[in-house]
Design a binder for this molecule. Structure first.
Ligand SMILES: [Zn+2]
Length: 129
C-alpha cells in the first residue's frame, strides 16, 4: 500500500510539473494538494526533492519568479512564497534551481564558494543572520 501511495505521489508531482509548464498553476496546486493528502493518509513522507517544489503553508506549486522568490544569503537559501508569504529557509544554497540566484557581488560569490568547499567546518562558523 505504501509503495502504491509513493507511486501515486510521483505521478501527481509529474502532473503538477507538466501543468506548471503549461502555466496552469491552478491544476498544479491541486496535484500538490492531492499528493500531500495521500502522503498524510498513508503516512508516507514526501521525498526531499518534492518538498522543494511547493509551499508547505498553502500547497502552491512553486514556479521560480511566479509563485516563489529565492534569495541566497550567507550560504543560506531563503524562499518566500509569493502566494501566502510563508518563508522557508535552507541551510545551504542548493544548485538545483539554475537561474534562481540573484546576481551576487564578487566577494559574496567567493565566500559562497568557500562555504561549499569547506564542508562541515562551515557549520560552526558564525554566518550571521
Ligand atoms: Zn504559500
Amino acid at each position: 500500500m505504501v509503495r502504491i501511495a509513493r507511486e501515486r505521489i510521483d505521478d501527481l508531482f509529474g502532473l503538477a510539473a507538466q501543468r506548471a509548464d503549461l502555466r496552469d498553476l491552478a491544476h498544479a496546486d491541486r496535484y500538490v494538494r492531492l499528493a500531500r493528502e495521500i502522503g498524510r493518509r498513508y503516512n508516507v513522507r514526501l521525498l526531499r526533492e518534492y518538498r522543494e517544489f511547493y509551499c508547505r503553508g498553502c500547497s502552491s506549486y512553486w514556479v521560480e519568479g511566479r509563485t516563489v522568490r529565492t534569495r541566497v544569503r550567507s550560504g543560506r537559501r531563503i524562499r518566500t512564497c509569493l502566494v501566502c508569504g510563508r518563508i522557508r529557509r535552507a541551510r545551504h544554497a542548493a544548485p538545483e534551481t539554475p537561474g534562481a540566484r540573484a546576481p551576487l557581488g564578487r566577494s559574496e560569490a567567493a565566500s559562497d564558494r568557500d562555504e561549499a568547499l569547506s564542508g562541515p567546518a562551515a557549520i560552526s562558523r558564525p554566518t550571521g543572520s
